[in-house]
Design a protein around this ligand. Structure first.
Ligand code: F6R
Length: 600
């Protein structure tokens, strides 16, 4: 089966949800879907089905495969069911806190992604009415409220709508009621939930990956909408109570993107996809690029906002815009509101996000819009919340990124950010930069050298990454990758800052990575390397030119300077990956993290 890599659908949530109502048994389908959204959260998992008029719930702490093994989820019977893989917010990682959560008599089962901020008050009120709680989760209150409302209305959609009115916070929920094995209900506010329209079956899911291969027809729900699906129908109700008819979108996808192929991990597969994904990133609409350029040039104040790895791409974009004489700032999304005085009518905010669902980034653009700013976004996930908040959207076109660590989305962001800046500068070319794909391939060929380094340094407790100018965000990205995959403390910074404190930490044997392409900063960065070496550091040079100061040298091909980060980051991604493998960490599922952070 084939489809373009051009965009895929909503991603990004802390917790993965899937529900299915079908003319066939659903357990296998749900289990399959659960494994595909597991990268969103992986501390516990569970499934509920209704069969023969009875609800059955099996769940527990652990990864999906552990729970499947322990509880044989695939043997559960029923043609309707909901399932969940969790990243704990409220309540520890225990069997009882795993989802689905149920009401007192297990009449109602709910899976949830998000946070119910007023759950404590709701819980107290429900307990007064005699409800008994089995978990410490915020989610359980939702099941109890729906139970009450269903008793009153005997209407699953009305009961869920009424319940959501009591909730404060964020949610994407899928609801199943024992008495109504023909109906699933979903609701969303500030967390993604989509409908998959199949033949004789319907899905509710936090991500299209959950049902790829079973249908490619998807309906995106808007904020605060409630949806009821049966095997053959979809009913969407707006917050006002009005029903809306929405036609499904055809989702472009490639089933093979979901397999690891011959790679040991998704992360390694995604690193190796980069020769292809960087050239796909060039598949941009000329008109949209021109509109980005027009708005950026006309902005009264200009911010680029993003979180984590995407923020490092934002820093690169800021650097190039500043170099072109355009004043702008790159601000981590969680902090943009602190710059509110500069956000007003005429301001433009460019938001970068792989998932398009990062809570901090969504909040930042909402604050900016409230103050009159216009929002442009660059996302990988078509139809994501961020895309829907934006005036104009450019897509990364790099296909689903399953590994929790952002890799191919970063290099795609660097390409698209450069195209935007080139358009601002009046350059017309939108074809892939000559030699880029080949250069990425060459950088990937350094893997065996990087494996040696990973083995040599895997027992270290601290790493430093330094660079100057345009390369400084690459150093920061290298440090972030190493922290999250290997759990080794790492810092990335401009080399100029070393003397202002960090040099005190350099001692015999300290590994320092220096990202140092030829160009105007080359000589100064070599001097910084010498200073560290003189204090005992083992300097690993990432550069297109060798130098004796490097204890180890990883060669990357020379490219136009604006694209050098694309090849420089590849050995750093490989180092973090191999360091994780040597240290026996799971690189696809680093501890305590989830792919995309939809809670604040
Ligand atoms: C790091 C990583 C995170 C994300 C960040 C933003 O490898 O994956 O730092 O970059 O959570 O996510 P998006 O780009 O989806 O907004």
């Amino acid at each position: 089966m084939r489809a373009l890599l051009l965009g895929w659908t909503p991603s990004g949530t802390v917790c993965g949800i899937i529900g299915c109502v079908s003319d066939e048994e659903v357990a296998g389908v749900l289990l399959d879907g659960l494994k595909r959204v597991e990268y969103r959260g992986y501390d516990s998992a569970g499934m509920a089905t209704v069969s023969g008029g009875a609800m059955e719930v099996r769940k527990g702490a652990g990864r999906v495969n552990d729970i499947e093994e322990k509880m044989r989820l695939s043997s559960m019977e029923g043609k309707i069911g909901i399932a969940h893989t969790r990243w704990a917010t409220h309540g520890g990682v225990t069997d009882a806190n795993a989802h689905p959560q149920t009401s007192c008599r297990e009449q109602v089962a709910v899976v949830h992604n998000g946070i119910i901020q007023n759950y404590a008050q709701l819980k107290a009120a429900l307990m007064k009415k005699g409800h008994r709680f089995k978990s410490e989760t915020d989610t359980e209150v939702v099941a109890h409220i729906i139970e009450e409302e269903y008793k009153r209305t005997k209407d699953p959609l009305a009961a869920t709508r009424a319940a959501t009115k009591a909730l404060k916070g964020q949610y994407a929920i899928a609801v199943m009621i024992q008495e109504r094995p023909d109906v699933l209900v979903g609701a969303r506010k500030d967390a993604p939930l989509i409908v998959g329209v199949g033949d004789g079956k319907m899905f509710l899911a936090s991500d299209v990956l959950a049902f790829i291969g079973r249908t490619d027809r998807t309906i995106f729900l808007d904020n605060r909408e409630v949806v009821e699906v049966t095997r053959t129908s979809v009913r969407i109700v707006e917050p006002s109570g009005k029903e809306v008819v929405r036609r499904p979108n055809q989702v472009a996808w490639e089933l093979s993107d979901l397999s690891k192929s011959d790679y040991a991990h998704y992360t390694l597969k995604e690193i190796n996809e980069q020769p292809h994904t960087v050239s796909n990133a060039y598949l941009q609409d000329r008109e949209k690029l021109a509109e980005f350029a027009r708005m950026i040039k006309g902005a009264k104040s200009l911010f680029i906002t993003a979180s984590g790895t995407s923020y490092h791409a934002a820093l690169l974009m800021k650097f190039r815009l500043n170099e072109a004489g355009i004043m702008c700032d790159a601000v981590v999304s969680g902090e943009l509101k602190e710059h509110a005085a500069f956000l007003r009518k005429g301001s433009v905010v460019v938001a970068l996000s792989q998932s398009g669902e990062t809570a901090d980034t969504i909040e930042a653009v909402k604050v900016a819009k409230k103050r009159g700013a216009k929002v442009l976004s660059v996302v990988n996930a078509v139809g994501s919340s961020l895309a829907r908040e934006s005036e104009e959207v450019l897509l990364l076109n790099c296909g689903p990124e399953v590994g929790v660590a952002a890799t191919k989305s970063f290099t795609a962001q660097v390409v698209v950010a450069n195209m935007v800046v080139d358009a601002v500068l009046g350059m017309k070319r939108i074809r892939p930069a000559k030699g880029l794909t080949e250069a990425v391939r060459k950088a990937l060929q350094m893997e065996s050298k990087v494996v040696e380094l990973a083995k040599r340094y895997a027992d270290r407790s601290d790493f430093y990454f330094v660079a100057r100018g345009y390369e400084a965000p690459v150093a920061m990205e290298g440090a972030l990758k190493l922290k999250e995959l290997s759990y080794i403390h790492a810092e990335g910074m401009p080399a100029s800052e070393l003397k202002h404190g960090t040099l005190a930490l350099i001692e015999k044997g300290t590994p320092v990575i220096v990202v140092n392409p030829s160009g105007s900063n080359h000589a100064d960065t070599l001097s910084s390397a010498e200073e560290m070496k003189a204090r005992g550091a083992e300097v690993i040079g990432i550069s297109d030119v060798r130098d004796d100061v490097y204890t180890h040298y990883v060669q990357v091909p020379a490219l136009q300077s604006k694209l050098m980060p694309v090849v420089e980051v590849i050995p750093l991604q490989l180092l973090a990956y191999h360091m994780a493998v040597v240290r026996k960490n799971d690189p696809d599922y680093p501890r305590n993290l989830a792919k995309s952070v939809t809670v604040k």
